[in-house]
Write a protein that binds this ligand. Structure first.
Ligand code: SAH
Ligand code: SF4
Length: 359
């Protein structure tokens, strides 16, 4: 495998400070990277040429470039990003709220955005419903490659550094299978002299590696977790997510109970609804029982079909009935609106399409 050149985005401010003299240069460089989204060393006007040359020998700035973009009518933009070794991953720019203007046309509330990032090229978990899993696992992303997705998308959308953004680790890959680099990226996002995105604004979605949920909890990074539950009994869950054999539903629930969460917040349980598999009210009833005693909220996701899968999208009626049952029994529950449904929004689908087109 070709050696990948590290990126400046791999470095915490402390690490960069250790390499720059005098120390204040590191803060200046951080400003160029995360406040101005500088993509070239030449852009860093107030940094001495010698220091820039020294850094340029060891580091790249941005280790990825945009190779494809798909825009949806609802404001969602799906990106295909190419890495140094020509591998590709997806990241998604999601518009969560429209801007609000008063009668005079002044903006009273700015639009709100979330960035969905990938943590691996491919995935080892092998969920039977997931397109990313079909290509197998290639490699982990470095911390810098995770950070680069957010900088690249903010830059591409002219989103100022000090405008709030939420991050969800829900792109390609299993974040907890790449815990070291994930934790490093979370810390770099939190840097006050950088993007300054607090843990509260970052949500790690996991297919449920229970031991790693504990490890993430012990790191006390202040992030939220979302659990991709998808089934209420182990038999179906193992069919959907084979590693459920090693990390069964009970072990996940216990790990969630140990996870440090902000008392005002809830743990999100994602429930992918597949027609005739888990869309019945019997499952809804079991779900209510399973989540008793947990400050939970449930997000129902329509299965998004792709060519070659036998699973089917559930009907809207069944989805709504499922939601109503949960709400009636005291659970907070939303149905994920199919953002970017017209642009192959589910994980792995843009990449797959591009590979077909290239072939
Ligand atoms: N590996 C992590 C995060 C990435 S997957 C996890 O599994 O949680 C992000 C989300 O996309 C998961 O909730 C997953 O269930 C969902 N997903 C995968 N394939 C999908 C499909 N075909 N339709 C709808 N959602 C899908
Ligand atoms: Fe991996 Fe998540 Fe896809 Fe499962 S759903 S294969 S864990 S990316």
């Amino acid at each position: 495998m070709t050696a990948l050149k590290p990126s400046l985005y791999d470095l915490s401010l402390r690490e960069l400070t250790a390499q720059t003299k005098p120390a204040f240069r590191a803060k200046q460089i951080y400003g160029w990277l995360y406040h101005n989204y500088a993509q070239n060393f030449e852009d860093m006007k107030n940094i001495p040429k010698s220091l820039k040359e020294e850094l340029a020998q060891k580091y790249l700035i941005n280790p990825m470039k945009i190779v494809k973009k798909e825009l949806s009518s609802d404001g969602t933009i799906k990106y295909l990003l190419e890495l140094q070794d020509n591998k590709t991953v997806e990241a998604v720019w999601l518009k969560m709220k429209d801007e609000i203007k008063d009668d005079n046309g002044n903006i009273t509330q700015e639009a709100k955005y979330t960035i969905c990032v990938s943590t691996q090229v491919g995935c080892k978990v092998g969920c039977t419903f997931c397109l990313t899993a079909k290509g197998g696992f290639t490699r982990d992303l470095s911390a810098g490659e995770i950070v680069a997705q957010v900088v690249t998308l903010k830059n591409d959308n002219n989103h100022k550094h000090n405008r709030m953004i939420n991050i969800v680790y829900m792109g390609m890959g299993e974040p907890l299978d790449n815990l070291t680099n994930l934790a490093k990226a979370i810390e770099i996002f939190k840097e006050e002299d950088g993007l300054c995105i607090s843990g509260k604004r970052q949500t790690v979605s996991t297919s449920g590696l229970s031991t790693k949920i504990d490890k993430l909890g012990e790191m006390d990074l202040g992030v939220h977790i979302a659990i991709s539950l998808h089934a209420v009994d182990d038999e179906l869950r193992t069919e959907l997510i084979p590693m459920n054999k090693a990390h069964n539903i009970n072990s996940i629930i216990e790990a969630v109970k140990r996870f440090p969460i902000d008392t005002r917040k809830r743990v999100m349980f994602e429930y992918l609804v597949i027609k005739d598999k888990n869309d019945d009210l019997g499952s809804a009833k079991k779900l209510v029982k399973l989540l008793t005693g947990i400050k939970a909220k449930v997000n129902l996701i329509y299965f998004n079909p792709y060519p070659g899968t036998d699973y089917k999208r559930p009907s809207r009626e069944d989805m709504v009935a499922f939601q109503e049952y949960l709400v009636k029994h005291g659970l907070l529950c939303t149905i994920r609106d199919s953002k970017g449904i017209d642009i192959s929004a589910a994980c792995g689908q843009l990449k797959e399409k591009t590979q077909e087109e290239r072939a």
